[in-house]
Design a protein around this ligand. Structure first.
Ligand code: UDP
Length: 235
């Protein structure tokens, strides 16, 4: 396998599938199947899933609520998605643990780095819920931070686009995909990979990022086999 330990970042929004809100059962099972298939290959898998399909902190301000309160609501949304993914993985027979960035002990273990490492070593899929547990961050930042902490080999950002393009491929038909790009070029060209906090954390810790299309079945396994998919961001 190309990688021994990975951190997979999934967006909450992608979980909606064709729906306008919430969790699409087929999409959820598809993601769980992908994750289990690579765990079965012996790859140590950690997952961070967003909450955008349910609630984002910025929405709070739009309806006159407090931003920090909204961010905690967003973090709770990630716990809901994480619980759904955990359940779907277990349905497929995978062994899993859900670790939360804030205390919610009836449904999650607290995030303790050493415990996360132990679970991974034992072959359990580790899901990190509640982001980093602090407002004003995103789940991309949580993905980068946890990946650095657990010494993952790579952050895999699963999206609906198959990599980083010269322009938005959904708007500009002439846009072309970068198979590989450096951290510096991403910054220089002002390309959107992750938010700056998340991106900088990866850059400063020399942690490669792969942006790839998570909605094509088998892609995660192809990446593990070393296939040249999506866009690899490295030094
Ligand atoms: N959030 C937060 N701290 C974190 C992670 C998430 O405050 O460490 C909140 C934030 O309000 C964010 C929401 O949780 O908007 C949902 O996460 P995100 O927007 O990253 O989800 P995605 O866009 O990946 O679905």
């Amino acid at each position: 396998m190309q990688y021994n330990r990975i951190l997979l970042k999934l967006s909450g929004e992608a979980l909606m599938g064709e729906q306008q809100y919430g969790i699409d059962a087929n999409r959820l099972m598809q993601y769980a199947t992908e994750v289990k298939s690579v765990a079965d290959l012996g790859v140590q898998v950690a997952v961070v899933i967003g909450g955008g399909n349910i609630f984002r902190g910025v929405q709070a301000e739009q309806v006159g609520l407090d931003r920090v309160q909204g961010d905690y609501m967003g973090m709770l949304a990630t716990v809901i998605n994480s619980m759904a993914l955990q359940s779907a993985l277990e349905k497929l027979g995978a062994s899993t643990r859900l670790l939360s960035g804030f205390s919610i002990q009836q449904v999650c273990e607290p995030y303790v780095r050493r415990r996360a490492l132990r679970h991974l070593e034992k072959g359990r899929v580790v899901i990190f819920g509640a982001g980093i547990g602090s407002p004003y961050f995103t789940t991309d930042s949580a993905a980068s931070l946890r990946a650095v902490e657990i010494e993952a080999d790579v952050v895999l950002k699963g999206t609906r686009v198959d990599g980083i393009y010269t322009a938005d491929p959904e708007k500009d038909p002439t846009a072309t995909r970068y198979p590989r790009i450096s951290f510096d070029d991403v910054m220089e060209k002002n390309l959107k990979v992750m938010d700056m906090t998340a991106f900088t954390l990866c850059k400063e810790n020399n942690l490669p990022i792969i942006v790839f299309d998570m909605n094509t079945p088998g892609n995660l396994e192809r990446l593990m086999a070393g296939e040249d998919l999506g866009t690899l961001v490295t030094m």
